[in-house]
Every structure is written in structure tokens, then in C-alpha cells.
Design a protein around this ligand. Sequence first.
Ligand SMILES: *Cc1c(COP(=O)(O)O)cnc(C)c1O
Length: 360
Amino acid sequence: MSRVYNFSAGPSMLPESVLTRAAEEMLDYKGSGQSVMEMSHRSKVYEEIIFGARDLFKEILNVPDNYKILFLQGGASTQFAAIPLNLMNGSGKADYVLSGAFATKAYKEAQKYGDVKAVASSKDVNFSRIPELDKNEFRKDADYFYICQNNTIYGTRYTELPDTGDVPLVADVSSCFLSEPMDVSKYGVMYGGAQKNVAPAGLTVVIIRDDLIGNARPTTPAMLDYKLMADNDSMYNTPPCYSIYMCKLVLEWIKKLGGLEAVKARNEKKAALLYDYIDKSAMFSNPVLPKDRSMMNVTFVTDSEELNKKFIAEAAEAGFVNIKGHRSVGGMRASIYNAMPVEGVEKLVEFMADFEKKNS
Ligand SMILES: *Cc1c(COP(=O)(O)O)cnc(C)c1O
């Protein structure tokens, strides 16, 4: 068996030990005589999985008691509508920071529901930095303030959260979920699609403060109503059963590694390896403002389109796959989520150095 190093932005790598465990339990989950894919979500054996996953999430991310953890479907993109439907219920206003493609999509979706203001944007520099925020632009009566915390496509992230006072902060954390400890109490809502760092696609995790639940607009579809989902332990309908099971295995893996502090140390090491090499290289460069560099998605380019193409092709040949950048940025992007081993990044850096030597 030979597995590649998959640098995809998502769906992305899962820890090998998690995949092995899932394979072992595939045909007969803990003596139940069935696969997790086949069992009733109302069964005792499945309840242990979904509640186990929820409790582990709470423990590992240190989620305060006044927050609910919801396991939903529809991907992060469905939350672009669910957020305004559930939260834009006071002044009907919301403030958004346009830091990239997903933040902009969320902003456009929210415009269908109310008075939505872009308080800052870094579009003029192709989202190569987190926009500078001017607090005078923030509206004190907004129902919430929205950010995308890690910008998957452009390789930027917030190192400091905006101070929004009493206005609840809503954050899309799809591509930085569980990558380091986070102070959940600073957020009204944090949410993410699972397929970057948490589990296979199909699961969206929403963590929401209790007082923000229960005021959805009357026209909110049942499936998007946080209260209905919270009241039914995320099982108003059939949940994404298998993805939740995989989420539990990933959380167990994180716990065994030593929790989010240990995960962060590993991630910092990987990111430093790559950025340090890029900064020293005469061939590769990273377009992001250094202080805003993402720990999860590392973008880089050469100054020639031809060389970029050659690099991507030869990297794939050598077992470093999905390293092509997003079409809106070009060049390359190495997504180095939790499951990417340090060894994978070390070998990529070796490969880059070798490529640079041969092509300059
Ligand atoms: C991938 C991604 C999305 C879109 O997720 P889907 O689950 O495909 O809807 C949204 N936001 C961020 C930050 C992402 O990385």
C-alpha cells in the first residue's frame, strides 16, 4: 500500500490511525453485527456515538456550559443563510468583514435577509491580508458581526479577534476548527464544515451560545432552525451518522495526541517549516502579509506560470497531490491540516528545494 501526501484544501487527509480503526470496525461495530453506516440513529449503540462525539468536542475545545454543539448538514455554505435566519431578528442589521471568497459568499447570502454592511474588505489587494478594521464602522445595534477566521483560498487568518462589544461575533472556522485552542466564550456562534479538519464531508458543526437560540424568523426552514435542532439533540431528522462517527474517532485521536495544545504545537512546526523555506527561497514566494499568514493553508508562487505548472505536475508524480492553488489566486497551495504529518511537510520542503536547484 502506498498512500500519497494529500495537500487538498478539502476534503482533506484524515489521520491514518483513524482510517485503520474505521476499517476494523466497518463490518461489525462493537459486536452490534452491523456497520455504523447501517444502524438506526435512534438505537442505543448510535446514541453512544453521537453523544460521545458531542461530549468529546465539548471537552477538547473547552466549550462552556452555556453553549450548544449542533451536528448539522448542508455544509458550511448552508450556514450562510442559517446565520441571518436565526440571528438577524432585532435591528435586522449585520456587519461583515470581506476577507475572502467565503466571507463574500456569506455576505451576499445574508443580503437576502436584511441590512448587511461590509465594514471592511481586502479585495483591493486580492485578499492577501486580513482587512484593517476601524471600530467606527461597526454598528452598535447590529444583530451580529461576521468574520471568516481562516481564509482557505488566500491563506490568511485572524491572529486577533475583532472587539465587537455586546454584538455577538459569528465566525466561520471551517478551515481552522480544532487546529489550536480557541476561547469559545468570545464567540456568539462558531461553525464549520467538517471536511477540512474534523471529519469527512457531510457534517457541519455549529457551536452557539444559548441566548442566541430560539429567535429564528418564522419563515426559517425547520432544517435551519437552531432551536429545533438543539431541542432534538441534532436528531430532528436523520443526522449524517457516519461522518459523526468519524468525527468522534478524530476527536479521540486529538485527545491521544495531548489535546489542542499539542495539536497547535505540531501545526506551528509544520507551518514554520514551509514558510521558513519559502522565505529563504529565490524561486518561491508567499504573497500574504506575514502577520496574517494562515497556519493551515500555505499559498506560494514562482514568477513563471510555466514553472508553477511544472512544479504541480512533478509534485503529483512524486506523491504530493492537490497542491494546485485555487483558480482565483493561481500558483500553489499546500493545505496542512491537523492530519498532515510533520514528515509530509518535511518531505515537501525537500522536494521544493530539489526542484529549485534543478530549475534555476
Ligand atoms: C470549505 C469552506 C467553506 C465551504 O464549505 P462547504 O462545506 O463546502 O459548504 C466555507 N468556508 C470556509 C472557510 C471553507 O474553508
